[in-house]
Each structure stands twice: as structure tokens, then as C-alpha cells.
Design a protein around this ligand. Structure first.
Ligand SMILES: C[S@@+](CC[C@H](N)C(=O)[O-])C[C@H]1O[C@@H](n2cnc3c(N)ncnc32)[C@H](O)[C@@H]1O
Length: 283
């Protein structure tokens, strides 16, 4: 079932959480003068017009990137992320939102390599079109789990895999939990990032427990709770990071409390950063 279209949700609070963290990861990679690989299982179409029928119908971006766009005193890592969003809005106003492939490609240097998977035919077509002129970006119209696994370990041998399903189908929680150990076995030094929605049904908690029990080490989790857990629908956003770069936790501790305050949709919005599994040497 491929009914999900990210155009309805692009730039919402979950995208802010996910994409700010992604920019932090790529900045960490760019600190070294060595090329990296970026692989994505669920890419979407990369660029989203905020005046499209989809975006205006839900207007989710109004409580996400639009709040950030207007905000002063942004912490350094947030300002770096907003600078990437500004790059695709050269006219000055907020008109377009860059999805994860656009952010990664925008921060890539000549020797860095990107491999983007997308299964939806229409989205894959637009993704191919978006990166038609790029020699270092490969777009693959195929299942993301299968496609990424077939490329591991990648060359260059340092970098990030982003796993960002829509979780419309309940089995996706299990798919992620079984994909991760296989992928890490093939690329033990890769940084793997999984986005998950905080929903009242708590399936994400079961997924995290399965991942913890798989024996994978060095897993950091960042969770923002923006709305009310008692109500229907997504009340927060989670990111699981295997093999996070050095001091990522410190960077997030400086920026995410500010982000939560900005994105809050109720009093008492909160944030949690914790080790789901400690680094191997701590055991
Ligand atoms: C949440 S969206 C991706 C958003 C994107 N990662 C971003 O942050 O800008 C999920 C995407 O995965 C695609 N998709 C769903 N199942 C897939 C699969 N098995 N393999 C590859 N893509 C898939 C959907 O068509 C959709 O475009």
C-alpha cells in the first residue's frame, strides 16, 4: 500500500525534529576532509511546494517550519539547518521545503555519494527529476530496505543511513526492527538513523524494545513530545541513532529544549534524550 504522500506533511514539527538532527549528522561528517556516503530507504520527492494543494490542505508546516522561519535567537545548530532551508528559498519568503534527500545533497561535497530509494512511482519520478544533473546522487525506484542492504557496505565507507517509513502499515515497525541488525552487520561503522512517530498505540515502544534486545550497541534516542498523548494522532516525534557522532548528545542538549518550546502545541511539551543501548565499552 503506497497511499502516503509526504507533501501533506512536509515541514511539520516531526520534519523539523528529523531534519535538524540530520543536518547535525552531516555537519559532523563534513568536519573531516574525507568523503561520506548517504543512503536513504524512504526518500520521498525531495522538494515540496508549500503553496501546493497538499501542503495547504493540512497546513502542518504552519506549526513547523513557518514557526522556525520567523524565530530569533536560534541555537547554532538550528540556525545551520534553517540556512539550508533558506538556500532553496532564494526569493526570500518561505515557499519551498527541502526534504531529507535535498538537505543531504545540499550539504554534500564533490566526492560524497548519495543513494536514494523510493517505491512510489510518482514520487520516484519526481525524485529522479530533482537530481537529474547530479553525478554523485543515485535515485533508485525500488524497495528501500532491499535496495540499501544491497549497497552495504558502501564506498566511501563512512556515513549515514536514514530510515524514514510512514508507518501507515503496522508491520513497518517490525520491518524496521528486523532490517536494522542485518544492515549493521553489513556496515558496523555506519551511522543508522530511524525516525518513528509517538502515537497512542505505543507500537514504537515495542519496536524500540525489539531493537534493544537485538544486541545492537551505541544507540541514542531523541524524543520530542509536542502534543497531548491522551488525544488521537501523533503527539510527538522520535529519532533513534546507532553510532552517533562524538558529542551529538551535547549538541542536541543545546538545541532541542529551544526547539520544543518553539514547537509546543500545549503546555508541558517535553523532550527526552537517552541511551537505549550504551556504547560497547560502557557494558
Ligand atoms: C515519510 S516519507 C519520506 C520523507 C523523507 N524521508 C523526508 O524526510 O523528506 C516516506 C516515503 O517512503 C515511501 N515508501 C513507502 N514504502 C517504501 C518502501 N518499502 N521502499 C521505499 N520507499 C517507500 C513513500 O512513498 C514515501 O514517499
Amino acid at each position: 500500500m503506497l497511499s502516503y504522500l509526504h507533501g501533506f506533511h512536509a515541514g511539520n514539527f516531526a520534519d523539523i525534529h528529523k531534519h535538524h538532527l540530520l543536518v547535525c549528522l552531516i555537519e559532523a561528517l563534513n568536519r573531516k576532509n574525507k568523503p561520506w556516503s548517504y543512503l536513504e530507504t524512504h526518500s520521498g520527492k525531495a522538494f515540496y511546494a508549500l503553496d501546493s494543494d497538499e501542503a495547504t490542505k493540512t497546513a502542518e508546516f504552519e506549526d513547523g517550519i513557518a514557526r522556525l522561519w520567523r524565530a530569533y535567537n536560534q541555537p547554532e545548530s538550528v540556525a545551520n539547518y534553517v540556512a539550508q532551508v533558506r538556500l532553496v528559498n532564494a526569493e526570500g519568503g518561505l515557499q519551498r521545503y527541502p526534504g531529507s534527500p535535498a538537505l543531504a545533497a545540499g550539504m554534500a561535497r564533490d566526492a560524497d555519494q548519495l543513494h536514494l530509494m523510493e517505491l512510489h512511482p510518482g514520487e520516484a519520478k519526481q525524485l529522479k527529476k530533482a537530481f537529474a544533473g547530479y553525478t554523485n546522487v543515485g535515485v533508485h525506484h525500488r524497495d528501500g530496505y532491499e535496495g540499501v542492504l544491497s549497497l552495504l557496505p558502501p564506498k566511501p565507507n563512512r556515513g549515514v543511513v536514514l530510515i524514514d517509513p510512514s508507518y501507515e502499515v503496522k508491520t513497518e515497525y517490525d520491518q524496521v526492527a528486523s532490517f536494522l541488525p542485518k544492515a549493521i552487520k553489513r556496515w558496523p561503522n555506519g551511522c543508522f538513523v530511524v525516525w518513528y512517530p509517538l502515537l497512542p498505540a505505543d507500537r514504537w515502544k515495542i519496536m524500540l524494545e525489539k531493537i534493544r534486545c537485538s544486541g545492537i550497541k551505541n544507540i541514542l534516542c531523541s524524543e520530542l513530545t509536542i502534543g497531548d498523548a491522551e488525544e488521537q494522532g501523533m503527539y510527538g516525534s522520535g529519532m533513534l541513532i546507532v553510532n552517533p557522532p562524538w558529542q551529538l548528545d551535547q549538541t542536541l542538549n543545546l538545541s532541542e529544549p529551544w526547539l520544543v518550546e518553539l514547537l509546543a502545541q500545549r503546555a508541558g511539551a517535553s523532550r527526552r534524550l537517552y541511551w537505549l543501548a550504551p556504547p560497547a565499552e560502557d557494558c
